[in-house]
Design a protein around this ligand. Structure first.
Ligand code: ZN
Length: 432
C-alpha cells in the first residue's frame, strides 16, 4: 500500500507537468525507466484517485460517464480471478512491464484461492469484487438476492485479504448485466459500479491474436478508456505481452485507479472529463444557425391569400361601405357603381379597426315607435339614391345609402330598415 501511494505521488507530479504530448511521453519514459530490470517497460504513467460517491457508475459501454482519462490513456481491468496458474502469469507479465491494473474478484474464487487475492494486494494492484458466485442474472434477480451476492462477494474477498482497507469499493456486474435497483444499492453503499469502454472478447473461443487485434482496434477507435480482460483465460495470458508492447509502440499510457481515502483525496477533475466525448465548444457554432423546421415545409401547396382577405388600401382601412363596393366589384366586375354622395368615405386609422369593421346589426335600424316622426333627412337625395326603390321606411340619407349598397349586394347583407335616432348616432359614429 505504501509503495502504491509513493507511485501515486510520483505519477501525479508528472501528470501535473503534462502540458503536451511530448511532455507526457517524457513522463511515461521516466516511469518506465523506474521499472527495475526492465528499461523498456511500458510502466504506469500515473495514479488516478477517484471518489465512488461522486461518480457511482463508469464505463461508456453502459453509462454516460467513464474515467477522466486523457487521450491515449488506458486502464487495464481483469475479471473472474483468482485462478492460480493463469492469474499468476498475468501478474508476472504486468510486473515485467511495471503496469498496475484493477482486478474484479469472485468471492468463491477468493475463498478457494485466497493467496491469489493477497498477491494482487502485494503487487500494488487495485482489488474490486465481482459477486460471490458470478450469476449471469443480476439484471433480473430479486434485489434481496442481488444484495446477498454483492455482500457475500465483498465479505469473501475481505476475508482472503485479512485487511478491510485493501479492498477498493469497486464492483463489476457479471456479464455486465445491470439493473437499476442493484446500481442504486451499490451507490448507497459508496461502491462504484464499473462497466467498460471496450472489450477484447477474451472469454470467447477466439485465438490470442484475435484478442490482441480486438483490444488494439477498439482502443484505437476510442483513443482512451477502460479495457476489460479476464486473468483466468489462457488466451489472455498469451495475448497480454503483445498488447502491452503495442500500447507502448502506439504511445498509450497506463493509468492506475485507486479509491479516495481520508488520507488520499480524489484527483481534481472537471465534470466534462468524465465523458468520453464531451460536447465541444465549437459544435454549437458549427451547427448554427439552423433552419427551423416549420410544418409548412412539408406541405405540397399553400393556400394563396385571396384579395378579399384584406381590406387594405395603401395601409388604410376601408370604411363600412367599401367592403360592399369591393364585394360588388368581385361579384360583377368593373366598373364600380357611383359612390354614394354622403357621408364621404373616410379612411380610418388602424387603431379604430375594431369599431369600423362590424356590420351594423339589423336591430340597430328597427323603429320601435314613431317610425316616421323620429327620423329626419340629414342629406339631400342623390340621383343614385333616387334610383333605388325606397320602401316606406327608407326615408333618410343614411338609410338610402345603406339601402343602395344593400341592393347591389343583396346576397351579402340584408336589406336594412330605417334607423332610429339613437341608432343613427351609432352609425354616424362608426362612419366618420
Ligand atoms: Zn465475470
Amino acid at each position: 500500500m505504501i509503495a502504491r501511494v509513493r507511485v501515486g505521488v510520483r505519477t501525479r507530479q508528472w501528470a501535473g507537468l503534462c502540458l503536451g504530448v511530448l511532455t507526457c511521453i517524457t513522463a511515461q519514459t521516466a516511469s518506465a525507466a523506474n521499472c527495475p530490470g526492465h528499461p523498456d517497460a511500458l510502466g504506469t504513467s500515473r495514479t488516478l484517485v477517484v471518489d465512488p460517491r461522486e461518480h457511482p457508475r463508469i464505463g461508456t459501454m453502459q453509462y454516460p460517464e467513464t474515467l477522466p482519462l486523457e487521450d491515449h490513456e488506458v486502464v487495464l481491468t481483469f475479471d473472474d480471478g483468482p485462478l492460480p496458474h493463469n492469474s499468476n502469469q498475468i501478474l508476472d507479465i504486468l510486473a515485467s512491464e511495471c503496469v498496475k491494473a484493477t482486478f474484479f474478484e469472485i468471492g468463491r474464487m477468493a475463498q478457494v484461492y485466497p493467496e491469489g487475492v493477497r498477491k494482487l494486494r502485494d503487487a500494488g494492484h487495485s482489488i474490486g469484487t465481482h459477486t460471490q458466485n458470478h450469476p449471469l442474472s443480476m439484471d433480473r434477480m430479486p434485489i434481496d438476492r442481488a444484495r446477498q451476492e454483492i455482500d457475500d462477494g465483498i465479505a469473501s474477498v475481505k476475508a482472503a485479504l485479512g485487511d478491510d482497507t485493501a479492498l477498493a469499493p469497486f464492483y463489476r456486474n457479471p456479464g455486465l448485466l445491470r439493473a437499476g435497483d442493484v446500481e442504486d444499492y451499490l451507490a448507497s453503499q459508496g461502491i462504484q459500479t464499473w462497466s467498460a469502454d471496450f472489450l477484447a472478447d477474451d472469454w470467447r473461443h477466439v485465438s490470442p491474436s484475435r484478442v490482441f487485434d480486438l483490444a488494439i482496434k477498439r482502443l484505437e477507435e476510442k483513443g482512451r478508456g477502460i479495457l476489460l480482460l479476464h486473468d483466468i483465460q489462457m488466451r489472455t495470458v498469451a495475448a497480454l505481452p503483445s498488447i502491452l508492447h503495442e500500447l507502448k509502440a502506439r504511445g498509450y499510457r497506463i493509468v492506475h485507479v485507486v479509491p479516495a481515502t481520508s488520507g488520499q483525496p480524489a484527483t481534481p477533475t472537471e465534470p466534462q472529463q468524465w465523458q468520453l466525448h464531451p460536447p465541444s465548444e465549437t459544435v454549437a457554432i458549427s451547427h448554427w444557425p439552423k433552419i427551423p423546421h416549420f410544418v409548412f415545409i412539408d406541405a405540397d401547396t399553400l393556400p394563396a391569400p385571396a384579395l378579399s382577405d384584406f381590406d387594405w388600401r395603401d395601409g388604410q382601412l376601408m370604411t363600412l361601405a367599401e367592403p360592399l363596393y369591393r364585394a360588388r366589384r368581385l361579384a360583377h366586375g368593373v366598373p364600380l357603381p357611383r359612390e354614394a354622395p354622403w357621408p364621404r368615405q373616410s379612411p380610418l386609422p388602424l387603431d379604430n379597426a375594431a369599431s369600423a369593421l362590424p356590420v351594423p346589426a339589423e336591430s340597430i335600424f328597427e323603429i320601435q315607435e314613431k317610425r316616421h316622426a323620429a327620423t329626419r333627412p340629414i342629406a339631400p337625395s342623390s340621383h343614385h339614391a333616387e334610383q333605388t326603390v325606397p320602401s316606406e321606411r327608407e326615408t333618410d340619407g343614411v338609410a338610402r345609402l345603406i339601402s343602395a349598397d344593400a341592393r347591389d349586394s343583396r346576397r351579402m347583407i340584408p336589406r336594412s330598415p330605417p334607423i332610429t335616432e339613437p341608432g343613427l348616432r351609432r352609425v354616424l359614429r362608426h362612419l366618420i
